[in-house]
Write a protein that binds this ligand. Sequence first.
Ligand code: ATP
Length: 238
Amino acid sequence: MGPMGIFGGTFDPIHFGHLRTAFEMLQALRFGEVRFMPCGSPPHRGTPVADAALRLRMVRVATEGQHGFVVDDRELQREGPSYSVDTLTALRSEYPLTPLALMIGMDAFLGLPKWYHWREILQLSHIVVAHRPGWRAPDMGPLGELLADRGTHRIGDLHQARSGHIYIHDVTQLEISSTEIRELVAAGRDPRFLMPDSVRAVIEESRCYGPTGGEASTPARNGDGDDVGDEAIRLKTS
Ligand code: ATP
């Protein structure tokens, strides 16, 4: 079996930016599977707006029927913050021989040095970074050094070793973010074509992002928690 891709996120809600990235990586990098792993209590940001059960339900309906897409709710079962290093340690002991590949967007990669025990991650898995609109790879600082040391352009390295490489992959750039979707829904607009209709139906039914959902209406959280490192470079804002 090919490497196991692990795609963690708040998925508040899941959208086509996530799904297309996961699908392209599954195919291009010849992963055996992509495991969607919604996080319970994200350590780097504020509390999610939709509750855990609802976010899990949206991930399930979004991925249903796609061969190779698997949903893993272990981070939602665990008490306390969801640290990637703990999840990867558990997966490594369950799958001792399978290459693991932590999949993250470039924005998340730039915040890596703030993650709990981040240097241990590469002992447990590879890191596969998806280019995201407006962000570019660091060439200086701890991440620039890490890329010089561990970066690879060979997909084969992700199959031959079980951990330790960083691979940056170009994916179709879809400038969609969960924050923007929540704001749009809260403003009474329709999120159609930004996500599968099955996810949109859950949002409509639950009113989890407002605008008439009472307490569940979206609090202003624009950019509150994406705590990126000093070398984060936002290239464009418009
Ligand atoms: P928010 O707007 O609430 O910060 P988000 O859209 O960034 O949410 P997350 O659930 O935080 O979604 O993201 C999970 C992972 O998916 C992260 O690694 C993130 O970089 C990546 N990701 C999110 N949106 C995209 C996108 N449009 N294209 C590629 N990767 C993405």
